[in-house]
Design a protein around this ligand. Structure first.
Ligand code: ADP
Ligand code: ADP
Length: 232
């Protein structure tokens, strides 16, 4: 079963005379419970792929299916709701709210979705990322790796169908990166979480089940059960 599926997705930017084709007739699917790394040179369309797949951007043509839902037929209000309820996003720069504690940051998506925020649910989510003792700390009082783990707990608190991660280890040292990647791997293995991660790092990609390579907005090969050496 596909968690998410892109069908002939094209995304162009700018006027027709100076248009840039960021994605060029790209078709790609991501199965439920799999961890995929997306790699490719700068400008190959990785961010655009993530943004179109996550409902943050709209393809110029083609369609994006999340389960049975065709994102391209939704209006902005529906898309906003879908992102809140069915999609999680993690960024290179963590994007936590600095004035809020770890537990307040994690609770935020539930509040935005108008759901009840049980304290034990938040505690469990923080414990799952190894931060049970940091609930009342603010981002400025935590290391980069701890902040990214809070961001992962926040992204997963609504139990999204897909977690998108854009260079989640790009700001972390290699030891901390491995901790974060091990955590993501565990979520795939133990909870059948679907993860799509953009990365430049072959070591990060080796934690995935599959690597897809982009070049000039189209698919340029893929590898199953990648090793860091094979990807590099
Ligand atoms: P990557 O993430 O692989 O570096 P991007 O998806 O960011 O690639 O970009 C793919 C291409 O689309 C690049 O040529 C980039 O300059 C262009 N592009 C991306 N976003 C925009 C935008 N908002 N406006 C104009 N061009 C863009
Ligand atoms: P990365 O590839 O590391 O994600 P980029 O610099 O390619 O970083 O893109 C960062 C953001 O800026 C992306 O969301 C992309 O859509 C946007 N972007 C990239 N190129 C352009 C551009 N030429 N004009 C406007 N926005 C762009």
């Amino acid at each position: 079963r596909d968690a998410i599926r892109l069908r002939s997705v094209t995304r162009t930017y700018g006027a027709s005379d100076g248009a840039v084709t960021a994605l060029n007739d790209l078709s790609l699917s991501f199965s439920v419970g799999t961890f995929t790394a997306v790699m490719g040179p700068s400008g190959s369309g990785k961010s655009t792929l993530l943004q179109c797949a996550a409902g943050l951007d709209r393809p110029t043509s083609g369609s994006v299916l999340l389960g049975e839902t065709n994102l391209t037929t939704l209006n902005e209000t529906q898309l906003t709701l879908l992102r809140r309820e069915r999609i999680g996003f993690v960024f290179q720069s963590f994007n936590l709210l600095p004035a809020l504690t770890a537990e307040q940051n994690v609770a935020l998506p539930l509040r935005l979705a108008g759901r009840r925020t049980g304290r034990s649910q938040i505690q469990d989510a923080l414990a799952q990322v190894g931060l049970a003792g940091r609930a009342t700390h603010r981002p400025g009082e935590m290391s980069g790796g701890q902040q990214q783990r809070v961001a992962i707990a926040r992204a997963l608190i609504t139990q999204p169908e897909v977690l998108f991660a854009d260079e989640p280890t790009g700001a972390l040292d290699s030891t901390t990166s491995r901790d974060v990647l091990t955590m993501l791997r565990t979520m795939v293995d133990e909870q059948r979480q679907t993860i799509v991660m953009v990365t430049h790092d072959p070591v990060a990609a080796s934690y995935a089940d599959r690597v897809v390579f982009l070049a000039d907005g189209h698919l340029n090969g893929e590898l199953k059960s990648p090793t860091a050496a094979a990807v590099a």
